[in-house]
Design a protein. Structure first.
Lengths: 178, 284
């Protein structure tokens, strides 16, 4: 009985630990995926995956990097695998009214430009811009070397600038040594 | 100045506040002499600001219930209520099994499946019946309700996909209060059938039975979207039946036939089935 109570308390605590990150996982997913439903699906998958690995939580030093790495893996898997057709459907989507064009034009442009970034550049850019992640944390979350984080960030920012300027190709960057 | 060459990476690290004070000063000196570069970095800084302006409002949105549930242990199988749920399930399960037994005998399930003829309605009934029997047999089982547990969901899905010869996926029903417990492979009328088992916070179980013998659920004229439009709550092609104490909702979609079985009420089944349909529905 005491063991049970302990497990229950630990689970509650873990739930709180996840809940804390929920808004930020949603913000990032929305920027990454675009559509609200799809983004929330990704968040839900992330939470479920996190729970399925509850036994490892003790060893997780940086919960944020861990959760974002789960989301990254799920997103990459989902994008790469020609998506099981079963996952795709969102019947209600076709009937949802288009979002009201409330945002100013420039903001819509930014979102459109963001959607045209290669996913690996977009991920780095968003982790740094939205999450204010250090390059080291972003490297951990994405499972890539820190040098790769920096080069993707540079390329992503420049491409975004080019897209916003209406240029199709980014200006050539100076060669980065090292 | 340290004199170390200033790279593109340094400029970004400066922008993101990831440099030490001394190095940051060097960058600032460098930029002061290069207005074009400074302007480019100012653009990057503006990007960050605009991204925040665009997406920060998400932080203040009310959290969807399904995500709240998925984040909380309550939506899962917390330990606190487990003992009580076990007793309830045992009693409920035995009762369900007993009552179902009567219904099965009455309908002659004991006889070979040859009796189901081949007419669409008969097939549909046999689908509902098989789903109900599978529910009644496995749902009361505390220790071995599933063959592969939800903690191995990836393996479960890969395995069922392979054995069924078609992509399988366990719908996520957390938002409705049901956690995936796992699944198993069962013999259907002509081949394998997949059964996914779910459990709610009170310990009540619910199964999704998936067959890729399309005849099993009969044929429907209306396309899926037409169905949903005509009745947004419950697609018209959902067919409800009651097998003993087990309630079953069946429908067909593409080359699949589905049955959701539970001893929950009809409305609850419709709610769950609608969500399952939404997640798995018209695939191809």
């Amino acid at each position: 009985m005491t063991t049970r109570a302990r497990i229950g308390a630990a689970a509650d605590e873990h739930g709180e630990r996840l809940l804390v990150w929920l808004p930020r996982l949603r913000r990032y997913a929305r920027a990454l995926v675009g559509r609200r439903e799809d983004a929330d699906d990704l968040v839900q998958d992330t939470l479920e995956r996190a729970w399925s690995r509850e036994d490892r939580w003790q060893a997780v030093a940086d919960m944020r990097a861990w959760l974002f790495s789960i989301m990254h893996n799920l997103h990459v898997d989902g994008a790469r695998r020609a998506r099981l057709p079963l996952v795709e459907l969102d019947e209600s989507a076709a009937e949802l009214p288009a979002p009201p064009p409330a945002e100013p034009l420039a903001v819509r442009d930014l979102q459109a430009a963001l959607e045209r970034l290669p996913v690996e550049q977009k991920e780095v850019l968003l982790l740094v811009a939205l999450e204010d992640m250090s390059y080291a944390d972003a490297a951990r979350a994405l499972g890539i070397p820190i040098g790769t984080v920096m080069s993707r960030l540079a390329r992503g920012r420049e491409r975004l600038r080019a897209l916003m300027d209406g240029r199709s190709e980014p200006a050539r960057l100076k060669v980065v040594k090292g | 100045m340290s004199g170390a060459p200033i790279t593109e990476a340094d400029l970004h690290a400066w922008l993101d506040g990831q440099l030490g004070a001394e190095r940051a000063q060097e960058i600032e000196g460098y930029l002061a002499e290069r207005p074009e570069e400074a302007a480019r970095l100012a653009t990057y800084r503006r990007q960050t600001r605009e991204l925040r302006a665009l997406f920060d409002p998400v932080l203040d949105e009310p959290l969807p219930a399904r995500l709240r549930a998925a984040a909380r242990p309550a939506g899962r199988f917390g330990a606190a209520w487990r003992a009580a749920a076990a007793v309830a399930l045992l009693v409920g399960g035995v009762a369900a099994g007993w009552l179902l037994r009567g219904s099965v005998e009455a309908r002659g399930l004991g006889a070979p499946f040859a009796s189901s003829g081949g007419a669409a309605a008969g097939d549909r009934n046999s689908l509902a019946r098989r789903a109900a029997v599978a529910y009644a047999v496995y749902s009361p089982d505390q220790r071995r309700a599933v063959e592969v547990g939800a903690e191995h969901e990836d393996q479960l899905v890969a395995w069922l996909t392979k054995r069924m010869g078609a992509p399988m996926k366990a719908p996520h029903l957390q938002a409705l209060g049901y956690g995936l417990e796992g699944g198993r492979l069962l013999p259907g009328g002509q081949g394998p059938v997949a059964q996914f088992m779910y459990r709610d916070a009170g310990g009540a179980r619910l199964t999704l039975y998936v067959s890729n013998e399309p005849a099993a659920a009969g044929r429907h004229g209306a396309g899926p979207s037409a169905r949903v439009r005509s009745a947004p709550e419950v697609p018209a092609a959902f067919q409800f039946s009651r097998e003993g104490t087990v309630n079953v909702l069946t429908w067909a979609e593409g080359s699949f036939a589905y049955a959701v079985a539970s001893d929950a009420g009809r409305d609850e089944l419709a709610r769950v089935s609608t969500e399952v349909y939404r997640q798995l529905g018209p695939a191809r």
